[in-house]
Design a protein around this ligand. Sequence first.
Ligand code: ADP
Ligand code: MG
Ligand code: MG
Length: 199
Amino acid sequence: MYDGDFAVRWMAAVAVAVDREAGRLTELDSAIGDADHGANLRRGFTAVAEALAKEPPATPGGVLAAAGRRLISTVGGASGPLYGTLLRRAGKELGEEPAVDREGLARALAAGVAAVGRLGGAVVGDKTMLDALTPAVAALSESFAAARSAAEEGARATVPLRARKGRASYLGERSIGHQDPGATSSALLFAALEEVAEA
Ligand code: ADP
Ligand code: MG
Ligand code: MG
């Protein structure tokens, strides 16, 4: 079972991964966006980790909801409200349960991903974070490793796609041949989840 402390460790691991990979995320965003994805997420998840270390909510739902709110308030780019919605909605879905199993986490994150789709109007294949998030949450009912690997596969699969949402869509055909930054950071979320779950 996964409790509030587990959720805090997950968010802290995401902050570490985003900090380590910020250069690569920004590089990807410089090819098809405005070169700020690494900086956006570094600012956001650093603030999340700090807030959770100071005042950790007791339940996993409370932790994810607090993390989502913090992302929305600290990240100006598209990814702030989108990741914020993912975590806030997942947190709301978990409710007040003191601990959840992997199935419960998968269901809650699936609700979060659906909310991201409604907010941004994107579907799988539009070359966005949804291309990694959607297969990852589906595979999470199998295992943490399957979710991580599905997210990585989904992120790689954005390379040949033409972007239909977000800044990259302004490039039209020229967005083809580049990996989507948001799908790449989504894979980091699931790598961090596997890491803390197996620790
Ligand atoms: P901005 O584009 O505002 O600078 P970021 O660079 O932080 O924001 O994030 C860009 C990422 O956000 C994209 O790579 C893409 O994955 C994701 N994204 C952008 N628009 C949407 C959308 N409408 N739906 C889902 N994801 C989106
Ligand atoms: Mg950007
Ligand atoms: Mg921007």
